[in-house]
Design a protein around this ligand. Structure first.
Ligand SMILES: [Zn+2]
Length: 318
């Protein structure tokens, strides 16, 4: 996890700033070199804007990177305006053009591997109400491509989502990776039934873990499986002792059923939710995965769900 955070700082902060400086201080001798350089910086910027995890540093910074790119493009364009289009016939110029073109190809193929696939789904979706209220929720993993959803390689969890809550500064926690559970905005948030259905399975007695501890033998942790619309909907990693529903009980959409916790195979407090075709697996983690839409939206990484009932109140609930 700490390695992952280091990598996150490099890819979300160091690389965009370095690209900016690289463009800004450009000493290109032709417009062609400038255009290639510009393409690399822009393609990287678009990539990190789309597939980056902006809940660690701040969701607002995501747009700050785009704003800085626009400024750098403008300033470097002023400098490049007076240059000839083609570089002089020198071997080193051709080598640099060749290397730049190669980097552009790599970035383009990486982008095309998850656009548009990651943002669309096949077949009918299970239509759910969003199961959390009062605040701004952020999709950390979601969508139909491994680039934006690590669950996507698993057929049952192909369309699974991991959801966190953002605080007033646009991050999911106070600090990069705090140990205290109460520092995570989503910890203890009430969970509401996403549909009218019947409770098919529950677990309520597993401990909430201190990050980065996890419990791989009990992957879903405390959880609720609700059957509705021909699907089984799993909500996992719930708070110990927070479930207020039992197996066989009928629930209505919007009814409070539990609280978000940090039990099971988890790295930090969040809500995991996925749907499978009803009764297609032994355990809730087996079966045929189905796409989910929330209030008609197919949510992907970096999607926000804002509930204005109590908008602006980002206090950690008691
Ligand atoms: Zn998950």
């Amino acid at each position: 996890m700490f390695f992952a955070i280091g990598l996150l700082l490099i890819t979300h902060l160091v690389f965009p700033v370095a690209g900016l400086v690289w463009l800004w201080r450009g000493n290109e001798l032709s417009k062609l070199e400038w255009l290639l350089k510009l393409s690399i910086v822009l393609l990287y910027g678009i990539q990190i804007f789309l597939i980056g995890r902006w809940d660690f540093l701040s969701y607002f910074l995501r747009f700050g990177v785009i704003a800085l790119l626009v400024v750098a493009v403008y300033i470097s364009f002023i400098k490049a305006k007076s240059l000839p289009f083609y570089p002089t016939r020198k071997l080193s110029n051709y080598v640099s053009v060749g290397i730049s073109s190669l980097v552009i190809l790599v970035l383009l193929s990486s982008l095309s591997s998850h656009i548009p696939r990651g943002y669309s789904f096949n077949g009918e979706s299970v239509q759910l109400n969003f199961p959390l209220q009062q605040g701004t929720y952020y999709v950390a993993h979601g969508g139909n491509s491994p680039a934006i959803n690590y669950h996507n390689v698993n057929p049952t969890q192909q369309y699974a989502l991991d959801i966190v809550k953002l605080n007033a500064v646009g991050t999911r926690a106070n600090g990069l990776y705090p140990r205290s559970l109460t520092n995570y905005a989503i910890w203890g948030e009430p969970l509401y039934s996403p549909c009218d259905g019947i409770i098919r399975e529950t677990r309520n007695n597993l401990p909430d873990l201190i990050p980065p501890q996890s419990d791989p033998p009990n992957p879903a942790g405390n959880h609720i499986l609700i059957q509705c619309q021909g699907a089984d909907v799993l909500m996992a990693h719930l708070q110990r002792g927070s479930l207020v529903v039992q197996d066989g009980e009928t629930v209505e959409a919007g009814q409070a059923i539990a609280k978000v916790g940090n039990s099971g195979n988890t790295t930090e407090p969040h809500l995991h939710i996925h749907a499978r075709r009803a009764n297609t697996g032994q355990s809730p983690l087996e079966g045929e995965g189905l796409p989910i839409t929330f209030d008609g939206r197919f949510l992907v990484r970096n999607s926000l769900f804002v509930d204005k009932t109590n908008f602006g109140n980002s206090n950690v609930p008691s």
